[in-house]
Design a protein around this ligand. Structure first.
Ligand code: UTP
Length: 474
């Protein structure tokens, strides 16, 4: 469409205010504004406007119909050891066959951390200060080496951090990964609207646009051609995780195996909630479908319900680690069989310009942002599998600058994990009552990325080194 047609389409849709300052813009700014305007699907905004109270997946379920989600428990917590072994073998076979790729969502704004740069470049390991991206790169490299098939790695970026992310990888020579196997996908954007559905301007020549949520990752996989690339490479399974969790097992054969043996299109990991009011989304069944209910949507009495054995009835916390079948991602992205993620609304303070073009810094929410959540896809998936994992081994997100889920807690949780591995190898390490070692130590994922691989590598060291302050094993 040319400029005239785009402007006319906006006027017909009642969104002519987007071009209110057209006469004041130079030609470069006009081109930028047109490019932004062309990115937006006006029909989508119109339908969101009509249904502003949108929710998606489980959020739309009736609370009184919710049931706890069935889950494969860890061995030692009721899980069947034979089933875990079978699953691990199936996952390992898929990895040896080269059928798995890694997928990190890193398009978020990271407002709570307040770090100036893409969150993945944040230094997080306790001794070497490796970045989150380096930790994942080394885990993915180690898995590729272990199974004899290097993996493709897809990283979801946003318009705001795409260049910086790609430059960061170039500057660090892709952490020795094959650069042809590391792919950056820019996610889509959604405009913010005011409470009457009018698209807001950030400047006189720019629309207030935000990333479309981690659910936008599915559209981005399709639009970027990533799904076609995967198909041509014989990869049918994606291991999905967030950029903020240094403990994550980027590639977990047992989890992959449960997904594959269960003939599932999407599977998720859960950790039991620690206390009833913990702020974590909960996997639940509603009308027979698996979904995630936000903690804020579940009444406190329901959060506190217990079973006869004293466990919380709704205890399956979402840690945002999923497996996606490639063709399921395509179906979700293209709307095949009516599958589509809904947008969620969030009322926010949106800085911008008023009708006269003057800057506005609102003191209370003045508009709505729209995001899709990837976990809403579960309710469209065939045979979704929910698998328990251990929080200590796999979940310590960096969300806030201080306090809970901060760089400090994530570094301490890594130290506790390294100390457990050393202890399992028979090395006496002094710790406090929480398992935190008194010496800073660090294990590179290239040495060992979980307890079994650590023990395998440690037992080959002869003689084993003396553990000392600042020790780094590579
Ligand atoms: P969060 O919900 O923690 O949001 O994202 P955030 O934007 O990173 O941080 P805050 O809320 O502004 O402090 C969870 C994961 O989803 C990714 C993030 O990068 C993170 O890995 N994400 C989130 C996207 O990739 N795109 C989005 O639009 C939103």
């Amino acid at each position: 469409m040319n400029a005239h047609e785009i402007i006319a389409a906006y006027q017909r849709a009642g969104q002519g205010q987007v071009f209110a300052f057209w006469e004041r813009l130079d030609s470069a700014s006009r081109a930028d504004l047109l490019a932004q305007a062309a990115e937006i699907e006006l029909a989508e905004i119109e339908s969101l406007h009509r249904t502003l109270g949108v929710g998606g997946g489980a959020a739309a379920l009736r609370l009184n119909e919710l049931q706890p989600a069935p889950c494969t428990r860890l061995p030692g917590r009721g899980g069947n050891v034979t089933a875990w072994n079978r699953a691990r073998a199936a996952g390992e076979a898929a990895l040896r066959g080269g059928h798995v790729a890694a997928f990190t969502v890193a398009g978020g704004q990271g407002t709570r951390l307040g770090f100036d740069g893409p969150k993945g470049t944040f230094a997080i390991t306790p001794v070497r200060g490796k970045s989150l991206f380096q930790v994942f790169a080394e885990k993915i490299a180690a898995a590729g080496r272990h199974y004899g098939r290097p993996l493709h790695w897809f990283i979801l970026t946003s318009h705001a951090n795409h260049e910086q992310t790609a430059n960061y990888f170039s500057a660090h020579r892709f952490f020795n990964l094959d650069r042809n196997r590391v792919h950056f996908l820019r996610q889509g954007r959604m405009p913010a609207v005011d409470f009457s559905g009018k698209i807001l301007l950030e400047t006189i020549g720019g629309i207030a646009l935000n990333p479309d949520g981690h659910g936008g990752s599915l559209r981005a996989l399709h639009r970027s051609g990533a799904l076609d690339l995967l198909k041509s490479e014989g990869v049918d399974t994606l291991s999905y995780f967030q950029v903020d969790n240094p403990l994550v097992r980027c590639i977990d054969p047992a989890f992959l195996g449960f997904h594959l043996l269960g003939d599932s299109e999407m599977s998720s990991k859960m950790v039991p909630k620690v206390y009833p009011e913990e702020k974590v989304g909960l996997f639940c069944l509603g009308a027979g479908q698996l979904g995630v209910v936000e903690y804020s949507d579940m009444p406190p009495a329901m959060q506190r319900e217990t079973t006869l054995d004293g466990r919380l009835r709704f205890d399956a916390g979402n840690i945002a680690v999923h497996i996606l079948a490639r063709e399921f991602a395509r179906r979700m992205a293209t709307g095949g069989d009516g599958a589509a993620l809904s947008f969620h609304r969030a009322d926010k303070k949106i800085s911008g310009v008023d009708a006269a073009g003057r800057p506005v810094e609102p003191e209370r929410p003045n508009g709505i942002k729209f995001e899709m959540f990837v976990f809403d896809a579960l309710s469209f998936a065939r045979n979704p599998q929910l698998v328990e994992t251990s929080r200590a081994d796999e979940f310590s997100p960096v969300k806030n600058a201080e306090g809970v889920d901060s760089p400090r807690t994530a570094r301490e949780d890594q130290l506790r994990q390294f100390a457990r591995w050393f202890r399992a190898a028979g090395v006496g390490i002094e710790t406090d009552a929480t398992g935190l070692p008194s010496l800073p130590i660090e294990v590179s994922p290239l040495f060992g990325y979980d307890e079994p691989t650590f023990l395998e590598a440690w037992n080959k060291l002869s003689p084993p080194p003396v553990v000392s302050t600042g020790m780094y094993l590579e």
